[in-house]
Design a protein around this ligand. Structure first.
Ligand code: HEM
Length: 233
């Protein structure tokens, strides 16, 4: 009984006049009753079983610190966590790497490889509408004659040399001769660049510029014949 009074900071005086039976009803479930006084009937009292445990707990810092404590009693709207600082992400410049203190690998930014300017500027030209890579793919598989010859030829350098004009341009790449006239407006590097190999063996220049381009596939429907030595023509 005296133990219970200690638990309740409230006017213990109000408890004293009431009967033992009434104090049992005030017991908070979940609190421990060390009882010489408890003969077993107290803990079995049915009336108190529906009362939830006190929250915050009676001896919690929240309850204790209502006045002088630095711990706020209970967080309410006026005692909220301060907002987080504005992240540096909002001040970044797209496409630019951040200050040295940021490591590229630990940020949420897009990988630098895709945001930084390439070391070498592209030398691609703006192609006219209707002359993009897909348009070329469509044209070359359309069945239209892009060779200008009825059968594959043996082409010596002296013959190749004759086909050096825009309207009639041939070039040899890796031993194969192609009619490049239909491809001129589709060439991503521009007509002028492509015309540099017109009428001659363009293998070296082609490989130096873009060895990764699959010329066999790109110009298969422009195949005219094979480059051969002069005397074997
Ligand atoms: C004759 C067969 C040729 C074919 C089929 C061809 C095809 C192509 C293709 C598909 C591209 C785009 C490459 C890419 O997106 O990565 C390209 C770009 C280019 N080509 Fe050609 N090309 C040929 C010959 C030449 C020649 C002889 C030159 C002369 C130098 C040349 C100069 C260029 C240049 C400067 C670019 C732009 C490269 C860049 O992205 O900066 N091409 N060509």
């Amino acid at each position: 009984m005296s133990y219970l009074r200690n638990w309740f900071p409230v006017e213990t005086g109000t408890l004293s006049p009431v009967s033992d039976n009434q104090t049992k009803k005030l017991r908070i479930p979940g609190t421990f009753i060390d009882d010489e006084e408890d003969d077993g009937s107290q803990t079995a009292t049915e009336d108190v079983d529906d009362i939830p445990p006190a929250f915050p707990a009676l001896d919690s810092v929240q309850r204790a610190g209502t006045s002088n404590s630095t711990v706020p009693a209970i967080l309410n709207d006026s005692v909220l966590m301060p907002p987080p600082p504005i992240p540096a992400l909002t001040s970044r410049v797209p496409g630019m790497s951040q200050s040295n203190s940021r490591s590229a690998s630990s940020s949420l930014l897009a990988p630098l490889a895709t945001t930084q300017k390439p070391a070498k500027p592209s030398r691609k030209v703006a192609l006219a509408p209707g002359f993009g890579p897909l348009d070329w793919a469509k044209l070359k598989s359309s069945g239209e004659d892009l060779r200008g010859v009825s059968t594959l030829l043996r082409v010596p350098p002296s013959v190749l040399k004759l086909h050096n004009k825009k309207e009639d341009a041939w070039t040899a790449i890796n031993g194969k001769v192609y009619n490049i006239t239909p491809y001129l407006p589709f060439h991503p590097g521009g007509e002028k660049e492509l015309m540099r190999v017109a009428g001659r063996d363009g293998t070296k220049l082609f490989s130096l510029t873009h060895a990764w381009v699959n010329v066999d596939y790109m110009l298969d429907s422009c195949h005219v014949g094979f480059l051969v030595a002069e005397r074997s023509a």
